[in-house]
Design a protein around this ligand. Structure first.
Ligand code: XIL
Length: 331
């Protein structure tokens, strides 16, 4: 018999899910699954800059409020995602009416207003924020390119926006935990850049509490990449959150897509998820939240026509899959 995930992991870390506002309704299967299994919620999209402040100075709170209220009613925490990002942010944050990039002064002021308004609104309700998302350059084995240079934030002012974003967030809610969040963070070419960034921020007295590792991992993810990264980040003395966990069933992009979950997929996921949770449990002194990037296999950003990803422990009907019971055995 399945033990609810939030029970299963209660002595180790908060277990969470990314949600749409529509899913946070106890009258639906999604709402019920959330209440049963998850102790932490993240808005999949509706707390991003383009959702909260599509028009300069006009904030839209309804969708985000709905998620926060549901979490409060059902004894869950909320991770805020995300305050500063190059993507899903309104053009006016970066460009003037002629299409030219803002001056650093204008952009910085707008960033301060956005962060201050959003973090203040959810003061005490959002316990941790992804303050800056995906600021490091992704693929660069020689380590020459440090920051994501195609980010308009970077184009306007270099990395200064990263430092400032954390300062603004701390000022608006001194009790919220502040995170730097990124993907591919377990690979050698990126983990060292993230390490250096967080080290620099800490050395300069910038308020940062943790690193979010987007867990968009795969059935090829290796135990050594995970452990090496967790050991490295441990040296920084920060908390770690696994923020966007999903493991699609395919071993490569070339593999033909399917819309049926088969025994090969199931086997691979059992192996991958067992290895991953075994490692995460070993590091539960520094890992304080593990959040799936969805609830069950019916809704995931990874699905494409004719190619379903089936990336979670719950199936399309939000029932535990065989891989769920493999993970349960580890605890
Ligand atoms: C994704 C959402 O899941 C999609 O619905 C949306 O269309 C695009 O963004 N890294 C992140 C998340 O930090 O915000 C992204 O979420 C997935 C990658």
């Amino acid at each position: 018999v399945a033990i609810p995930l939030r029970e299963l992991f209660k002595d180790y870390f908060l277990i969470g899910a990314a949600v749409t506002p529509q899913q946070t309704d106890l009258g639906t299967a999604h709402g019920q699954a959330l209440k049963t299994h998850y102790a932490s919620l993240t808005a999949e999209n509706v707390m991003k800059p383009d959702a909260l402040q599509r028009v300069k100075g006009q904030f839209t709170w309804d969708n985000a409020d709905r998620i926060v209220q549901f979490a409060k009613n059902n004894n869950m925490k909320v991770r805020g995602h995300t305050l500063t990002w190059h993507s899903q942010s309104p053009d006016w944050m970066f460009y003037d009416e002629n299409g030219d990039l803002h001056t650093p002064e204008v952009a910085m002021k707008q960033l301060e207003e956005h962060i201050t308004t959003v973090v203040s609104r959810y003061k005490g309700d959002v316990y941790a924020w992804d303050v800056v998302n995906e600021a490091m350059f992704d693929w660069d084995p020689n380590g020459q390119i440090i920051y994501r240079e195609d980010s308009p934030w970077y184009k306007i002012m270099g990395p200064a926006y990263i430092d400032s974003a954390f300062v603004y967030a701390r000022r608006a809610d001194p009790d919220a935990k502040l995170f730097y969040n990124d993907y591919n963070s377990i690979f050698s070419w990126k983990r060292n850049k993230i390490y250096d960034l967080v080290k620099r921020l800490k050395d300069n007295g910038i308020p940062i509490d943790g690193i979010g590792l987007q867990g968009h991992w795969s059935v090829n993810t290796t135990e050594s990449d995970l452990r090496t990264t967790l050991n490295l980040f441990r040296e920084l003395g920060v908390e770690l959150h696994i923020t966007e966990l999903d493991i699609p069933v395919y071993a490569s992009n070339d593999e033909p897509g399917s819309t049926e979950y088969n025994s090969t997929f199931s086997f691979r996921q059992k192996v991958a998820y067992s290895m991953i949770f075994n490692v995460l449990l070993d590091y539960s002194d520094i890992i304080t939240n593990v959040t799936f990037w969805g609830i069950g296999d019916d809704h995931t950003w990874l699905d494409k026509p004719g190619r379903k990803a089936f990336p979670f422990l719950l199936d399309e009907e939000l029932k535990p899959k065989p891989v769920y019971f493999e993970v349960q055995k580890l605890v």
